[in-house]
Design a protein around this ligand. Sequence first.
Ligand SMILES: NC(=O)c1ccc[n+]([C@@H]2O[C@H](COP(=O)([O-])OP(=O)(O)OC[C@H]3O[C@@H](n4cnc5c(N)ncnc54)[C@H](OP(=O)(O)O)[C@@H]3O)[C@@H](O)[C@H]2O)c1
Length: 332
Amino acid sequence: MSFNSKRYDNMTYRRCGRSGLQLPAVSLGLWHNFGTRADHDNCRAMLRTAFDLGITHFDLANNYGPEPGAAESRFGQILQQDFAGHRDELVISTKAGYHMWPGPYGEWGSKKYLVSSLDQSLKRMELDYVDVFYSHRPDPDTPLEETIGALDQIVRQGKALYAGVSNYRGVSFVKASELVQRRDWTPLTLHQPRYSIFDRWIEADLLQHTAAYGTGVIVFSPLAQGLLSDKYLDPANPIPEQSRAADPDGFLQTHQITPEKVDQARRLNGIALRREQSLAQMAIAWTLRDPRVTSALIGARTPAQITECVAALEHLHFDAEELAEIDAIAPR
Ligand SMILES: NC(=O)c1ccc[n+]([C@@H]2O[C@H](COP(=O)([O-])OP(=O)(O)OC[C@H]3O[C@@H](n4cnc5c(N)ncnc54)[C@H](OP(=O)(O)O)[C@@H]3O)[C@@H](O)[C@H]2O)c1
């Protein structure tokens, strides 16, 4: 398989906090559209298109499917088929935290679960190691020492190169980072929170802390699962057939496409058009306006969507008026 020899020329790479790791400003996640029922050729085309555009980072989790584990298995197959010889050009992440198998060891944050889940993920993807392993969510009942200590052990064993946390609020992230420093554990290289024009919690509760501890931030669902695109703007076709909201396996529910949200998206689309961007492109550029954000982690159903999203990087600058208009439509 040969890839675009110019693939590194147009992508922007940003450093994760104070680490040595750089990530593409747009990364691709395999949460949707890579499960058992997905079209294999389309999955291959999406990953190849992404890599051709300089997207070197692919994000997975143990439970991505359906069925849980299916996205990792498919990704492993495509790595063998199309990416042989390119492993060292890729940053592959996976996570454990949500429900994966029955019984007390199949979810949350125990060492028992994290270590065995990563072993299963490595088998499914046919990898010796992942680049980043995350605790997918904080566990209120397991001591933080155990969860973060398990990440440290995993890195020391060479099963992951970097450790990360996802969905941790500011206070838990600070506690975890303090532990890491006190115990001289593997640093938390990445935090993966949700962030978009419609969901701005990290501005008040997280970014000052990740910056203080030198942790990078890769934000998921920058398009609010597609709400921040032109997909749901046509009154004649409010839920298009080819959309996550229409997909029975999709996490975006039709009740989330409220008239209020559609109205906000329409007004935002007006600003995007003035910037000569699509709404999806503006939404991605907006998450990247803060240098503390390392990468915008998108999902996709087609190669064309990936191409469109990466073109957001051609126009990242916002003037103060545009930002104020966006704030007025979708306040903090
Ligand atoms: N850590 C966590 O807890 C967590 C949680 C969620 C996600 N994630 C990660 O973040 C990744 C991205 O999440 P996400 O899929 O919700 O991100 P997103 O980028 O907000 O939404 C992706 C969806 O938007 C639509 N889309 C993409 N590009 C488009 C374009 N150019 N024009 C119109 N519509 C477009 C597609 O939906 P249609 O199917 O409607 O076309 C696509 O599936 C996941 O794959 C996963 O790796 C992590």
